[in-house]
Ligand binder design. Sequence first.
Ligand SMILES: Nc1ncnc2c1ncn2[C@@H]1O[C@H](COP(=O)(O)OP(=O)(O)OP(=O)(O)O)[C@@H](O)[C@H]1O
Length: 843
Amino acid sequence: MTLKGQGSGPLPPLLQQYVELRDAYPEYLLLFQVGDFYETFGEDAERLARAVGIALTRKTSKDFTTPMAGIPIRSVDGYLERLLKLGFRIAVADQMELAEDAEGLVRREVTQLLTPGTLTQETLLRPEANYLAALATGDGYGLALLDVSTGEFRGAVFYGKSSVWDELFRYRPAEVLLAPELYHNPGFLEEFQRRFPVMLSPGRFEEEAAAQALQAQFGALPGELEHPALLRAAGAVLGYAQATQGGALPQVQGFVRYDPSAFMQMSEATLRTLEVYDPSPVGESSEERTLMGVLGLTRTAPGRRLLRAWLRHPLVEEGPIQARLDAVEALVRDGVLREAVRKILYRIHDLERLAGRLAAGRANARDLLALARSLELLPELAGSLRGSSALLSLAERLPNLAEVAERIHTALVEEVPLKITEGGLIRDGFDAELDALRQRAEAARAWIAGLEAAERERSGIPLKVGYNQVFGYYLEVTRPYYAQVPSDWRAIATLKDRQRYTRPDLREKEREILLAESEARKREYAAFLELRESVGQAAPLVREAAGVLAELDVYAALAEAAAQYGYVRPRFSAEGRLYIRAGRHPVVERGGEFIPNDLELSPSERLLILTGPNMAGKSTYLRQTALIALLAQIGSFVPAEEALLPLFDRIYTRIGASDDIAGGRSTFMVEMEELAQILQGATSRSLVLLDEIGRGTSTYDGLSLAWAAAEHLHDRVRCYTLFATHYFELTALPERLSGARNHHVAAREEAGGLVFYHQVLPGPASRSYGLEVAKLAGVPREVLSRAATLLAGLEAQVGNVGQEVLDELLSLDPTRLTPLEALLLLQRWRDKVQKTVVPNELA
Ligand SMILES: Nc1ncnc2c1ncn2[C@@H]1O[C@H](COP(=O)(O)OP(=O)(O)OP(=O)(O)O)[C@@H](O)[C@H]1O
């Protein structure tokens, strides 16, 4: 109960109140309403001023001076957003009464607790889902995720740390609660913070507290939570959210436990390298360069969130994939229907979040109108879907909420104000009592309006009736007529050449108006709350509608992409064959002319060694293959002329260098960690894409690792592998491994320099063209010609010397050598090789 400042006396009452509230929320930055500002004092004022760059002033009273910094309430949203981004949790204390009504100090209460993972304010939320996650251990890892803005609550159990990382990466929670056993494990915490720069918050993970939070929410413990780690995580998430939302979370209707193995597994590295959501490197360019940027043709926010969710969780069962493809195909074929559907969707508001606000009793009048305007479009939408057998079930699942829309429209006027306490919401004729109050005010106003004419005639004074905030209604008389003013008029203001009067009957009417208006406001507010309450009953149905619409929106978006960009419906091969004819990279092709390529793999041809110069298009080919498989398994058409695919259980990629400078791991270390994960995790049903494995170490180390990894994937794992490499030596693999083939990306040296054809052809590349690419990149001519000389020398010498040493070694009989002789021989060979590999001038 201390406050930084100077002075000897007790704290003035206002600051005392501040300190009490602040101390009740020690984890939060308290914003304390004083009139039109949210103020902070003492150290918090210094923190706030520093964080958002506002002026630090001081609050001085008789005995105490303390630093003070404040934010104007009218621009608070921008500041809140910044503070949350900077990692603050914020408690907002509002004045609960008007200063003039207060006896003594104005009453203040904390009305909102804001943390990144529990936001519900539309102004602060991004359109994406906003998850609060919790992670606990106990027979595996339990991960629970809650989106407070929509009420979505789900979780799963994982049995390996890396699958937890991958899942967290997919969901990208805004805030995470870690169970104490993880939080206090320095190794885990360090790795967590390196991977996820999100806010970490404390949660109640004890089994009892967790069970209590769940019981408070659902009445009984959901059966899906019969798992120690999951129970603790789910309870912690819920308890934390309940605390920030001031108790119950009516929008959270239930918990869904999902089975991670029902979805295709993709590692964090895969999502990154395939640029599903973010361009790589992050922040380098816009979202347009990502898969989401190309496919994101959804028309509603829930649709967009669902598409993102599908992309992070492709399916592995053919049935549900085909059902999605059927719906997409119906909309691809019928362009008129697609256009009509998308037009209607465009006019539908974010029903998922509206349902959340509705259930939580936080919807305002504009929300209700938005809801009504959206709901009344549903019958038309359902009608247009009924013509297609693939879309019929969507139409049938779409609840009919026309009556709710009607109820809202009957009650609310067309243009409602933002505030729900100030009147102007309810239509005439909706509520008899309200109508009577309005009529009373109207009659009094009419009386006042008639007063001017009547009094002019009666008294002969050319008076005017006016109104202002301070005096209310008055009669205004100019100087020449002062003497004629009747005696029962009372002067209330004197201006230069005129005077303003009131009189008892005018006062009376004025009071009548004010009273009727204030009663009407209260009545309107009550009527609104009643309406909101009754509409709130429909929140679960609204959410159901939102779910169906989101699905429809995704189908329509995928169909639009398919139609616009010329995608085909993929087929799936029970025998595990893969044949892509004229496949393309969905994102790269948007940038300009693109050369399509084929790919054929089968259990007997499962490892493809891909060579070719830098810049030829090897990585693009690898990525497009993965993207086609990914798209097919979310139920999308794919960028190809024909695609027959196996159903992959996982896609692994190890493409390009990703330095982890902040985490202090070298490129090579990152590469090897990813390789280890692939070699351990891949199954015969996986797709593995490797690009230049072993590049970060010495040539022979790298080559040996690459070779051994290829063998392992071919012999043991037997998955489909595309292996792009600059190690020419690897083109010898197909001679030894029956399921391996060589392909290369074509390029040819022509008069003007190297020409890339971006065409994938059978057989190995003839050479590596490194110097030609260097030339294209602008390396100076002297350097290039010197490099060419060295290269020629190296190739010749390494060949000769290597052979000499080998011949000598083979002719030896080691059993007849003394240790000393052997050492001397080793020394001699080493000198020989070193002299060759490092040209004389450099040695
Ligand atoms: N099929 C294609 N059609 C048209 N352009 C392509 C095609 N494939 C690749 N490109 C273009 O060529 C550029 C280089 O492609 P990519 O990065 O795949 O080459 P790479 O062979 O993997 O090079 P490196 O070995 O240096 O990593 C890409 O930026 C892309 O724009």
